[in-house]
Design a protein around this ligand. Structure first.
Ligand code: G3H
Ligand code: 13P
Ligand code: ZN
Length: 283
């Protein structure tokens, strides 16, 4: 069965490692995630974004992940990534998600707290865990200049106020990562991360982790990151696999001969990430 993310993060906190949260859009990705987790004996989080729900449909995502969780010999969670509203979180909870993210980071602090608390009240009643976000993580297209960092990054005092007022299960923070492919090496604000974690003492979530070098990911984990989100690296592996298969045999007409290698490539990337996060051998 699928387990709540909070259960996986509590174990990660005790063991000082991070659980990988990988975005899925279709069956091949779900299978790649679970195959990799089983091969590494690692707990794993399958997550669905707004785009994934639009593309595959909520029912398909839930059916795929539920089956994966039932068949897997390692703990698997299904998480809503960047939930946009109270209604969407409730819809996902009712459909079988074991964890939801309510992303109220675009609202003023008090509104973000109120929205997160509404979701928490329902989620708590049914044993679903909740992730919230504070600060602006952004896409790589929005260049954040050094003088803007303070305005965009998560404020440690606000993080404490937020966590005190919500008792949320996990907190996504902005310390210099961005979603998508990076132009250069990101400069993460580790001092800020350390300060936040010292003040809130709950599992921290790192978004936009695909372009972050291995040693920076590991440093972030040493400072309290317990969930690391990866999407872009899977997209890259998928498309590389597809291109390679078609280039090898341009006359190929069997989709399985194209998607099979793509799945294998994704699985290899996921195994590598799991080992970087230290969640291998933890299931
Ligand atoms: O959180 C962002 C995901 O990486 C991508 O989202 O599937 O809606 O494009 P999307
Ligand atoms: P990347 O696409 O940069 O890996 O980010 C994934 C993410 O944070 C999903 O919430
Ligand atoms: Zn994200």
């Amino acid at each position: 069965p699928l387990v709540p993310v909070s259960q996986l993060l509590a174990a990660a906190d005790a063991g000082k490692y991070a659980v990988g949260a990988f975005n899925c859009n279709n069956m091949e990705i779900v299978q790649a995630i679970v195959d990799a987790a089983e091969a590494e004996r690692a707990p794993v989080i399958i997550q669905a974004s707004q785009g994934a729900i639009k593309y595959a449909g909520l029912e398909y995502i839930v059916a795929l992940a539920r089956l994966a969780g039932e068949k897997a010999s390692v703990p698997v969670a299904l998480h809503l990534d960047h939930g946009t509203s109270f209604a969407q979180c409730i819809q996902c909870i009712r459909s079988g998600f074991t964890s939801v993210m309510i992303d109220g980071s675009k609202y003023p602090l008090e509104e973000n707290i109120a929205l997160t608390n509404r979701v928490l009240e329902v989620a708590r009643a049914v044993g679903v865990s909740v992730e919230a976000e504070l600060g602006k993580i952004g896409g790589t297209e929005d260049d954040i200049h050094v003088d803007e960092r303070d305005a965009f990054f998560t404020d440690p005092a606000e993080a404490k106020q937020f966590v005190d007022a919500t008792k949320v299960d996990a907190l996504a923070i902005a310390i210099g990562t961005a979603h998508g492919q990076y132009k250069g090496r990101p400069e993460l604000d580790f001092d800020r991360l350390a300060k936040i974690r010292q003040l809130v003492n709950i599992p921290i979530v790192l978004h936009g982790s695909s372009g972050v070098p291995e040693e920076d990911i590991q440093k972030a984990i040493s400072l309290g990151v317990r969930k690391v989100n990866i999407d872009t690296n899977l997209r890259e592996a998928f498309v590389d696999g597809v291109k390679e298969a078609i280039e090898k045999n341009p006359r190929e007409i069997d989709p399985r001969k194209i998607l099979g290698p793509a799945k294998t490539k994704m699985s290899e990337v996921i195994r590598e990430k799991i080992r970087i996060f230290g969640s291998n051998g933890k299931a």
